[in-house]
Design a protein around this ligand. Structure first.
Ligand SMILES: *[C@@H]1O[C@H](CO)[C@@H](O)[C@H](O)[C@H]1NC(C)=O
Ligand SMILES: *[C@@H]1O[C@H](CO)[C@@H](O)[C@H](O)[C@H]1NC(C)=O
Ligand SMILES: *[C@@H]1O[C@H](CO)[C@@H](O)[C@H](O)[C@H]1NC(C)=O
Ligand SMILES: *[C@@H]1O[C@H](CO)[C@@H](O)[C@H](O)[C@H]1NC(C)=O
Length: 361
């Protein structure tokens, strides 16, 4: 079963390259040529028509309750859609850019599914900010419960097998599991065992999605937690925490092993890892994207932060005064708050992830 799909994908790629090559030959002006070149970059082995998303705030587009999420407070959403709308950024997040890459609208947040109508044809976003594989510090649906929601839609015949065959499943999860582990007094010694149990449960979840009909599953590796502003604030945003990043590397190692094992067992190579770790670190080290289009001068410094450690981006005191500061230009910052990238940051990340997305077939 895996072999024909592989052949089909290779064939499609070959065809794309030939077609793009021809276009180049016929191009008459450099300007014209550049447009074709741009067009070529948009080609893919597989083009999903739907996106189903699971996980946390890196993917949430409005599921988290207003009473719980800072994403519903000013200045979140200031760039897009222009007011707080549940995204943990000034604007678009990973989900939006992955959808855009495939030429579809961002899938509706599960909380608005009743009003989705035609929008359901782009899939559904089940991701909730603050959540994890296990229960975390927020009382929002964990990944297992998010998959329960998805399963319910299948039972209700909202989507059929054909729909799932042409869908991409995107998963960003685990950062909050580590936050909860630390907050609950987890020790450094206990961390490897915790990581193992986390990956084991994540593999169960991914396999369950596959069993429900998912044929292409892209799971994000964990970003360098030690480079998030909440960690680098201790060095005035100069240095990433190496201890934390070492733990993340171990997590990603086990994740890659688990994904290889799942692919070996399933024989249809449905599982893919999106390497957020290398993507983040490369952008932070380069102070921008490789092409030089997007620049982040002080890459570890967030655009928005609390006036002291007691406050965070979006905090107000009991008199309604803003207890946070913001910088001038959100486009020049990679990080938005202590944990999340800006829209410009996500834009840069998604550009860097394009080759990985193109490999999914
Ligand atoms: C996820 O949440 C459900 C419902 O609260 C709970 O029963 C379940 O144990 C949780 N799963 C994990 C893996 O923590
Ligand atoms: C599956 O659902 C789509 C609409 O989402 C429909 O066009 C298609 O005919 C259905 N296929 C089957 C086999 O029921
Ligand atoms: C790095 O993170 C670890 C674990 O969270 C912490 O114990 C340590 O103090 C941090 N180191 C620095 C230099 O901030
Ligand atoms: C793949 O699975 C087979 C048995 O199904 C096993 O012999 C082999 O070692 C596995 N390979 C990897 C890379 O896990």
């Amino acid at each position: 079963m895996g072999l024909p799909k592989l052949l089909l994908c290779s064939f499609f790629f070959l065809f794309s390259i030939l077609a793009a090559g021809n276009a180049g030959v016929h191009a008459s002006s450099p300007h014209h040529d550049r447009r074709h070149h741009h067009h070529k970059k948009q080609r893919y082995g597989f083009r999903p028509t739907k996106l189903f998303v699971f996980g946390d705030s890196y993917a949430d587009t409005g599921n988290i309750q207003k009473s719980v999420g800072s994403s519903w407070k000013e200045p979140y959403g200031i760039t897009f859609p222009g007011k707080p709308a549940g995204r943990f950024s000034d604007g678009r997040v990973l989900t939006d850019y992955v959808a855009k890459f495939y030429g579809m609208k961002s899938p509706v947040a599960y909380r608005w599914i009743k009003y989705a109508g035609n929008r359901l044809r782009y899939g559904v976003n089940f991701a909730y900010g603050g959540t994890g594989v296990f229960d975390t510090l927020v009382l929002e649906p964990n990944m297992t419960t998010q998959i329960d929601f998805f399963e319910k839609l299948l039972k209700d015949l909202v989507y059929n097998k054909t729909d799932l065959d042409s869908s991409l499943f995107l998963v960003t999860v685990a950062g909050n599991d580590y936050g909860a582990y630390n907050a609950k007094g987890g020790t450094a010694q206990g961390l490897p065992a915790f990581t193992a149990s986390l990956i084991s449960q994540l593999a169960v979840n991914l396999k369950r999605l596959h069993g429900l009909g998912a044929r292409r599953i892209a799971v994000a590796a964990l970003e360098p937690l030690g480079c998030l502003p909440r960690s680098t604030v201790l060095s005035s945003f100069q240095q990433c925490n190496v201890t934390q990043n070492t733990a993340v590397n171990f997590h990603n190692l086990l994740l890659n092993q688990a994904v290889s094992k799942l692919n070996n067992e399933s024989r249809d190579s449905a599982y893919h890892v999106l390497d957020l770790y290398t993507t983040f670190t490369t952008l932070l080290e380069n102070k921008g994207d490789v092409s030089g289009t997007l620049k982040f001068e002080t890459p570890l410094k967030p655009w928005c932060m609390g006036l002291s450690t007691a406050y965070s981006c979006g905090s107000v005191d009991d008199k309604g005064r803003k207890m946070y500061t913001v910088c001038n230009d959100a486009k020049s910052a990679f990080f938005w708050d202590g944990v999340h990238p800006t829209q410009a940051g996500w834009h840069a990340v998604s550009m860097a992830l394009k080759p990985s997305l193109q490999q999914i077939c």
